[in-house]
Write a protein that binds this ligand. Structure first.
Ligand SMILES: Nc1ncnc2c1ncn2[C@@H]1O[C@H](COP(=O)(O)OP(=O)(O)OP(=O)(O)O)[C@@H](O)[C@H]1O
Ligand SMILES: [Mg+2]
Length: 159
């Protein structure tokens, strides 16, 4: 599913909508070039979860945890982690499995750097076409139960 994002507010609104509806242990893998809007999307996600603390990219801390909202938000940014070993050393599965931490929503910027993937996830790719910024949203696996219901909801914000 593709959605046009006319401005930063639209990117944020998409995140917000998902923050309102996603269930515990959902994983959002964010793809997109430098400045594509990944953090903007996560800021909206936090808002949708009811987090009022400003969300900033976890550049130095690598993982930021927000416990204030409807569900915890685990925000990872892999930009500074060059090697697969360094990323594996973060134990990203800790967050998406939600066994050792409170089950929540895990959002990962620069997810293309992950050496291994969760069993199921929402892929959000942000990119610029000739005419507009867009988000491409897909579920893995494709036959995921949540797929249709979530597409139905986010379709409303696709103008
Ligand atoms: N749909 C949009 N249209 C125009 N500007 C946007 C849109 N979405 C986000 N932006 C703006 O793009 C800039 C970069 O956004 P952001 O920091 O979220 O990108 P990023 O993908 O997280 O970058 P990085 O690769 O550095 O992590 C911000 O100024 C943001 O407001
Ligand atoms: Mg960012």
């Amino acid at each position: 599913m593709n959605i046009t994002l006319a401005n930063a507010e639209a990117t944020q609104a998409l995140g917000n909508k998902l923050g309102e509806i996603l269930v515990p242990n959902s994983v959002i893998l964010l793809f997109g070039e430098l400045g594509a809007g990944k953090t903007t999307f996560v800021q909206g996600l936090g808002e949708g979860l009811g987090i009022t603390i400003p969300i900033v990219s976890p550049t130095f801390t690598l993982v930021n945890e927000y416990q204030q909202g409807r569900l915890p938000l685990y925000h990872l940014d892999l930009y500074r982690l060059e090697s697969p070993e360094a990323i594996a050393g973060l134990f990203p599965e800790t967050y998406w499995e939600g066994k050792e931490v409170r089950p929540g929503i895990t959002a990962i910027e620069w997810a293309n750097r992950l050496p291994y993937l969760p069993e199921s996830y929402l892929e959000v790719s942000l990119f610029q076409t000739e005419v507009a910024r867009q988000a491409k949203i897909e579920f893995y696996p494709h036959n995921s139960e949540a797929r249709l219901s979530i597409f139905k909801i986010i379709k409303d914000i696709a103008i």
